[in-house]
Ligand binder design. Structure first.
Ligand code: HEM
Length: 203
């Protein structure tokens, strides 16, 4: 993987946001409710805790499913979609060295690898689209922060650019632009960082 300047900056922001999140999660010691903030109470363990832990949002249902379950589904689909960043270099390595490594006939091995790659790509396309639809529904019914909207916008840009690459009708120039946009990983990384930061804020 090539580490450009953006990747380094984003990993840095991610590390800082994780640090900030864990610092915010530390409980303040207390003797009575007066020692805690407005939206907190003093627990039996003498620590200030959120009084709105039982947020109404958690109970919202969409098509008979819990809003938070949809979030877990979207997360699972996102991880499955992003697996392509692991598969692509593995595929390239296998195409170059696989037949020698496994001591098998090169032409047959490359043909089977190509079939598997096409299947993988199909799964990436459908699951990527599913992830963004489920994620948007999940977010629509729960609490939203601008970071989460921005992340979803980034993911929709990936879905649209990914689709433009696949369709035949867009002019060649447009498809080339879509490919450039989709394959450089900046949007993917920014979207994932924003999702992590946003969920840290609304949780
Ligand atoms: C959550 C949404 C999505 C994310 C985060 C995402 C992310 C990525 C990333 C990071 C790559 C680069 C892999 C690499 O070369 O190392 C990639 C490749 C690709 N994506 Fe997506 N993608 C998404 C949705 C889609 C959709 C909906 C489609 C099509 C309908 C699509 C089509 C493609 C194609 C065709 C490639 C491979 C191009 C090539 O190597 O020739 N993607 N995607």
């Amino acid at each position: 993987m090539r580490w450009n300047r953006w990747s380094c900056i984003l990993v840095f922001i991610f590390a800082i946001s994780l640090g900030a999140g864990s610092m915010a999660a530390e409980d303040t010691p207390c003797n009575s409710n007066a020692d805690c903030d407005n939206d907190e109470y003093c627990s039996k363990e003498n620590k200030c805790e959120d009084s709105d832990d039982d947020d109404d949002d958690d109970d919202k249902e969409v098509l008979g499913m819990d809003g938070e379950d949809l979030g877990s589904g979207a997360l699972f689909l996102l991880i499955a979609t992003v697996m392509i960043a692991v598969w692509k270099p593995t595929f390239k390595w296998l195409r170059k060295n696989g037949s020698e490594y496994f001591n098998v006939e090169p032409r047959d091995f490359k043909r089977k690898l190509g079939v598997y790659n096409r299947k993988f790509m199909k799964v990436h396309n459908y699951i990527g689209f599913g992830c963004v639809v489920v994620g948007t529904i999940h977010g629509y019914f729960l609490e939203w922060h601008w970071t989460l909207w921005a992340a979803m916008l980034g993911l929709w840009i990936l879905v649209i650019s990914g689709s433009l690459m696949q369709w035949r009708w867009p002019p060649k120039k447009m498809r080339k632009g879509a490919r450039l946009l989709h394959l450089q990983r900046t949007i993917t990384i920014i979207a994932i960082v924003l999702l992590l930061v946003g969920h840290g804020i609304v949780d």
